[in-house]
Design a protein around this ligand. Structure first.
Ligand SMILES: [Fe+2]
Ligand SMILES: [Fe+2]
Length: 168
């Protein structure tokens, strides 16, 4: 692919991905405002943006099999843990930006768990096995991720209680 087209697609993928997430956040706000039709609108258009992002991702040649996808996921988490979030967190501390310090701390701690879980998934996938048949629990405040059994009584990262966890 010619470089300019490739750069355009990468930029479009980033933009559509952000729109997708943004609309889901807007849907949550509309939900709190008790406006179910606005919730539906934001969720539906978020899905359309997901499709646009996926089409750009495909055009970039990035849709692959799970072995490569898991490697990509692991490497992404590893980069965030070893390079990106520690630096972002230090910058936020240095600039006394409390909210940014908290959000980067939450992400850094949760990404460590994602990396571990992906490591397990990679091992299983190498043996041509599916991931473990277990539920995955996500803390709605910090994104703490717990696979298997039950959610912890209290989130080890932010202290949120068990019954608030989202189960997958
Ligand atoms: Fe992650
Ligand atoms: Fe948490």
């Amino acid at each position: 692919m010619r470089k300019m087209t490739e750069d355009d697609l990468k930029s479009a993928f980033a933009g559509e991905s952000q729109a997708h997430i943004k609309y889901l956040i807007f849907a949550e706000v509309a939900e709190k405002e008790n406006k179910p039709n606005l919730v539906r609108l934001f969720k539906a258009i978020a899905h359309a943006e997901f499709i646009h992002a996926k089409n750009h991702f495909r055009a970039l040649g990035n849709i692959k099999k799970s072995d490569e996808n898991l490697a990509s996921a692991y490497n992404g988490e590893d980069y965030e843990i070893e390079e990106m979030y520690p630096v972002f967190n230090e910058t936020a501390k240095f600039q006394n930006e409390k909210q940014a310090e908290i959000s980067t701390h939450f992400a850094l701690e949760a990404e460590k768990l994602h990396r571990e879980i992906y490591k397990t998934a990679i091992e299983l996938n190498k043996q041509n096995k599916d991931f473990l048949d277990q539920n995955v629990f996500i803390c709605p405040v910090c994104g703490h991720t717990h696979a298997g059994g039950e959610a912890p009584d209290k989130c080890p990262i932010c202290g949120t209680l068990k019954d608030k966890y989202v189960k997958f």
